[in-house]
Design a binder for this molecule. Structure first.
Ligand SMILES: [Zn+2]
Ligand SMILES: [Zn+2]
Length: 138
């Protein structure tokens, strides 16, 4: 399945080729890397909660990954932004990288940290009551 997707993707792309079977993400300095198995990624959730706004400086577009299918390497720091959620960041450059609910297998990785263009749909918007007028796209 992955191989077929890669071949058909490569056949229609003339310049830069990416293997979508693995999605690679990293922090600003490159010390922390994430490798998410492409087939296990579920799309993008936009979160407008105050915790995301404070920690990222904006609303948060998260790529929905799973803890068991994502490999994380490098100097990752953890911060408990609430009793239920940990935020992962790079200890070297301070980039906000991921949101990891303590319960369940979901790992949300910041969309802007991915190396390749993401061919993913926005599947959900959450905490929209905290959305500010300036966050609306034109
Ligand atoms: Zn870093
Ligand atoms: Zn949030």
């Amino acid at each position: 399945m992955h191989l077929f997707f890669f071949i058909s993707y490569a056949a229609t792309t003339s310049s830069i080729l990416f293997d979508m079977s693995t999605l690679n993400a990293s922090c600003h300095c490159g010390a922390v890397t994430f490798k998410a198995e492409g087939g296990t990624v579920k799309g993008i959730v936009k979160c407008y909660c105050r915790d995301c706004q404070k920690h990222l400086g904006n609303f948060a577009p998260w790529v929905v990954c799973t803890k068991e299918n994502t490999e994380i390497t490098g100097p990752v720091g953890e911060y408990a932004s609430s009793p239920a959620v940990k935020r992962l960041f790079c200890k070297d450059c301070g980039s906000s990288l991921a949101k990891s609910p303590n319960e369940g297998s979901v790992l949300l990785i910041a969309a802007g940290c991915f190396e390749q263009p993401l061919d993913l749909e926005v599947v959900k918007e959450v905490f929209v009551e905290a959305k500010e007028p300036w966050m609306l796209s034109k």
